[in-house]
Every structure is written in C-alpha cells, then in structure tokens.
Design a protein around this ligand. Structure first.
Ligand code: Z5A
Length: 208
C-alpha cells in the first residue's frame, strides 16, 4: 500500500487552486493512491459552518483575532475528523489551503504576525505539517481578475490590492524559508502548462 501523503495547495485567490486540486487528485488516483480531496476553511460540517461566517459579507467588524481563532477552530475539527484518520489509513490528503494560508492572510495580510499563528499551529497540529505544498503564484491582478470572472466577491475578495500583495509576499517568504516542502508553480501560465509543471514535479518526486 502507498504511504498517505499530506499535500496542500496555496496561493492568492483565482490562481487555480480548486481547479488543480481536482487535477492532482485524479493524477494520484490514476497512480494507485487512495486520496481524499478537502479544503479549508471547511472540510467538515462544523468547518463548513465556520466558513460561512468567515466568508459572509453580512458579518461586520470581525476582529482579526476572532478571524484567526475561527480558522483554527475549523482546522482542529478538520484534523480530528478528516485529516488524521485518513493519514492513519494511508489515504493521501489533497487540501485546498491549510496553515500557510493563515500565515499569509492573518499573519501577513491582517498584520497579526507569525508568533500568534505559530502558537496555535503548535497547539492544534502537534507537529503535523504537510509533506508537500504547491504554491501557485501569479500577480495579484491576474488572480483577482480570474476570481472576479467566476463569482461575486466574498469578505476576503473585497480586500485591497495592498492586502493581497502582502499575502502574496508572505507566501513567497514561506517558500524561500522551506524550499524542501514548498514548490512555487508559475500560475500565470496557461492551464495546460501549469498542469504539465505539476505532472513533472510529481514525476520527479516519484508520485506518478
Ligand atoms: N483563508 C484565510 O484567510 N486563512 C486561512 O487560513 C484559510 C483561508 C485556510 C476562502 O478560500 C478564503 O479563506 C480565502 C482566504 C481565506 N480568501 N478568499 N477569497 P478559498 O480557497 O475558498 O477561496 P479562493 O482563494 O478565493 O479560491 P478561488 O477564488 O476559488 O481561487 P482558486 O481556487 O485559486 O482558483 P480556481 O477557482 O481554480 O480558478 C479561478 C478561475 O480561473 C477559474 O475560472 C479557472 O478556470 C481559471 N483559471 C485557473 N487557472 C488558470 C490559468 N492558468 N489560466 C487561465 N485561467 C485559469
């Protein structure tokens, strides 16, 4: 039986995470892996209810710390109900966003800094980290224009360009700090080229 891997997909809005999550899940399944595709915030009944609160426009004046704690509440449930049980059965997880998003959005974008995020990460994850993270990187204008074409803006998507620039630059800092885990994929390329790059990376890593 193949070992279950914890794979996360990251990047600003509209860079193709959800599209590539399906592609990666199928790529792994076609190569004999059992895979659960999931997302954050969400992935469980409790997590999806928290997601509604986090993304909903009607929620006004949410304090940044409240947002951070809600995200980790959803994550605690996700780890307990989905991620840890799957990995224990050697089922791989493909997760559309995880804790790097918290460093990027709450730590960077909201300006809460790394330390509060790290404190919660250590407590809730007890050392569990993704085996592999794909950071889909594209200029903010590219991501936002793709996201706008697809749906109306949620509470995060209504943020300023400066917010998303900070999110993007925090993500790139993480990739520089952890090159053995985080692979940056140029998401400004065509869909076909991005997927060719993913396949090439997975081949190099012996995953397909
Ligand atoms: N959030 C947070 O603040 N802190 C956290 O810790 C976590 C999350 C976990 C919800 O995330 C929000 O939660 C998110 C951050 C916050 N902020 N927002 N907004 P989400 O992942 O559900 O939402 P999202 O980032 O907005 O996802 P998205 O808009 O669905 O983007 P995407 O998944 O990266 O892209 P996509 O849906 O696959 O593609 C968008 C469109 O572009 C679609 O029509 C594609 O066909 C097209 N596309 C994709 N790639 C290409 C290429 N290469 N060429 C041309 N067209 C393309």
């Amino acid at each position: 039986m193949k070992k279950g891997l914890f794979i996360t997909l990251e990047g600003i809005e509209g860079v193709g995470k959800s599209t590539h999550a399906v592609f990666i899940t199928e790529l792994l399944q076609n190569n004999g892996h059992e895979v659960t595709l999931t997302r954050e915030p969400g992935g469980t009944g409790t997590g999806e209810a928290i997601r509604e609160i986090l993304l909903h426009h009607k929620v006004e004046n949410m304090a940044d710390v409240t947002e951070l704690l809600l995200i980790f509440s959803a994550r605690a449930q996700h780890l307990d109900e989905v991620i840890r049980p799957a990995l224990a059965k050697n089922t791989s997880i493909v997760c559309d966003r995880f804790t790097d998003a918290t460093y990027a959005y709450q730590g960077g974008g909201r300006g809460l800094g790394k330390d509060k995020v790290r404190l919660l990460e250590d407590w809730v994850q007890e050392g569990l980290k993704p085996d592999l993270t794909l950071l889909f990187d594209a200029p903010v204008a590219t991501g936002l224009s793709r996201a706008k074409k697809r749906s109306t803006a949620d509470r995060f998507e209504s943020e300023t360009i400066a917010f998303f620039e900070q999110v993007r630059s925090t993500y790139l800092d993480i990739a520089r700090a952890e090159p053995e885990r985080v692979y940056v994929i140029d998401a400004a390329q065509s869909l076909q080229q991005v997927q060719a790059d993913i396949s090439e990376l997975f081949k190099r890593k012996g995953l397909c």
